[in-house]
Every structure is written in structure tokens, then in C-alpha cells.
Design a protein around this ligand. Sequence first.
Ligand code: NAD
Ligand code: GLY
Length: 353
Amino acid sequence: MNCIRVNTGIPYDVLIRRGILRDAGAEIKKVKPNTRLAVITDSNVSPLYLHTLLNSLEQAGYRDIPSFTMPAGESTKSLENAGLLYQLLSQAKISRDCCLIALGGGVIGDLTGFVASTYLRGIPFIQIPTTLLAQVDSSVGGKTAVNLPTGKNLVGTFWQPSLVLCDPDTLSTLPEDVFADGVAEAIKCGMIKDAVLFDLLAHQDPQTHLEEIISRCICVKRDVVEKDEHDTGDRMLLNFGHTMGHAVENWMQYQQRHGQCVAVGMVMMVRAQVAAGMLAPTVLEKLLQICQKYCLPVSCSACWEDLFEICRQDKKSTTKGIRAILLRSIGDSYIQPFSFEEFKTFLRGGDQQ
Ligand code: NAD
Ligand code: GLY
């Protein structure tokens, strides 16, 4: 088993092992003994894994565990559903000394984390991520959020989990496109900080290296989050490919999966850097090859001018411009501030390449 300690304000462990869901009760007992638990999950995950989790908790001596199954899908991450969960938790007499468990993908993790951080002014929660994206990214680092009709993740908190349990076996039931979403985030981790991870993804079968891939991604995220827990500096490196990726997602009216849009975003940035003579052309070739391997798109039908205008209005843009994430090579990234005019010229160059 891999155990990765995340040294945030309150430190916690991320445990990665095939089959760990069956031992969740014993692992949770080590960090939350004599604690009442409640599980939040979604309608796809519940029939697959809730029974195994509840069995394991009962074997470890936990009793009277309410579970709440929300509809699967991004629209579940809403203030309305947070409100509904507050009511349900209150009716189930979940008090400040209880602990919530998020069993599901990033949607359930973000919503449960948000509810945990606000219900009764904050109660602990544990992440049991069941998508690759949630295992390599969203379950670690403490960003929680719900969406507003005007945009994604516009209301949220920083609230670290008390424990994260990653069971790669749960990924066997994921639809292919949902798995590929997580691969895109793993490729991002390799591109920004871990060339060995990038090579692993490029040349090996990911299914036979899941524990190593997940562990390496979590180490990348841990290193960044430990330096900048509240996202005011280095944590922005995790946004590589996301500035343009979010613009593509917005332009596609959220009808294309996040990972696919991030793949397009990474390619746009690398293409522009190569065109500007800032990066070796082989980096672009390797990125295009890896995207092809995982059936991730490398372009979209939007023109760069439209995407630029969406970027300009993005919540991460400032009045002065855009802080873009660039590469020196695969595994080595940095933050580059651009004025809007400079960024426009940069993108135009990539388009003409
Ligand atoms: P998701 O939670 O919607 O899961 C994708 C789909 O897979 C859903 O239909 C879900 O029901 C299903 N599913 C989950 N586990 C399954 C399994 N083991 N077998 C079969 N089906 C399963 O989406 P996601 O891609 O996991 O997460 C996306 C969300 O994460 C977005 O809301 C995004 O904003 C958020 N996010 C948060 C952070 C963060 O740092 N907090 C980082 C990245 C993304
Ligand atoms: N997913 C980006 C972050 O956690 O900062």
C-alpha cells in the first residue's frame, strides 16, 4: 500500500491500495474511532459500492450509519442540494462530533466537502474517491465547491479531509470516457512536475500501473498544496491547460467532458509556446501522441479569438491579464503573467503554427 501524508494545516493521509474499500472500516477507525458516520454518495456509485462500504464499517463496529444518495451528475453540485443535505443531516441527528464520508467522484467529493465545511460551522469528512479524476486530483487538497447558474465552482471553501482512501479496483466500472477524463489530469501532473509519470502514461498500460500513477499524481498535488494551501501562488501550476480548457468547456456549453477540454487546452498552450520558440517541438509531438493513445481530442471547432474572449472573462483572470502556466520541458513548469494583448499575440502564434 502507498501512504502519502499531506502536511496541510491539519495533516492527513492518502492511502492507495487495490481492495482498500473492503477495509475502509478498519482504516477509518484508526483516525475516527468512537465517531458516528454518515455517507453521501450518488445514484451510480450507490448500487456498486455502498454495500461494501457499509459492511466494512459495520465490521469495524460502526452502527446507525445514515446514507444519502444524490442524483449522479454535475448538476447535483448545487446550493439547493447542499441545503437539502443540511436538512437530512440535521434530521438524522448528525452532530459536530460526527464525520461525513464522500463515496463517489469529484461531484460528490466537492459537494460533501462543502457541506462538511459549513454544516454546524464545520465537521470532519473523509474522501473515498471512485473516479480516476477524483483519485488523482479532486479528493486531495481541500477545495470544495458548488456551482451557481452563472458558473462552475463559484461558491466554495478550503476544507481538508481527515483521510482519503483510493481503491483503484473501483475504477474497473468506470465508463471509458470518464476514465479518460482522469487520464487527462494525470497527463497534466506529468507535464508540470513529473517526467517519469508522463513516460509511464505514454508507454505503459495504465491499468497495470494504476497504483503508481495515482500515487505519483497525488505526490505532485501534495507538493504544490503544501506550499500554497489557499491557492495564491504555486498551486496555480495545477491549472496547466485549464485556462484554455475552461474556455473550451464554456464554449461547448459544458457538453464536452472536462478532461477532454483540458487536453485541448494543454495542446493549445504547448503549440503556442513552440510557435514562440519557447519550447522544443518534440514536447508538442509527445503530447499529441499521448492524447491519441487515450482518445483525447487535441483541437476543437472554436476559433482562438472566441476562446480568448471567454478567457478574458474567466474568474481567474485579473483586471491586468492572465497568469498562464507554461513549460520549460516535460516535468518543469512555471507561472507566466501576460497582459491580455500579450496573451492574444501568444495564442495567435499557436494558431498559425
Ligand atoms: P463525477 O463525480 O460526476 O463522476 C463522473 C461519473 O462517473 C458520474 O456519472 C458518476 O456517477 C460516475 N461514477 C463515479 N464513480 C464510478 C465508478 N467507480 N463506476 C462507475 N461510475 C462511476 O465527475 P468526476 O469527473 O469524478 O469529477 C468532476 C467534478 O470534480 C467537477 O465538478 C469538478 O469541478 C470537480 N473537481 C474538483 C477539484 C477539486 O480540487 N476539488 C479538482 C478537479 C475537479
Ligand atoms: N484542481 C486544482 C486545485 O486543486 O488547485
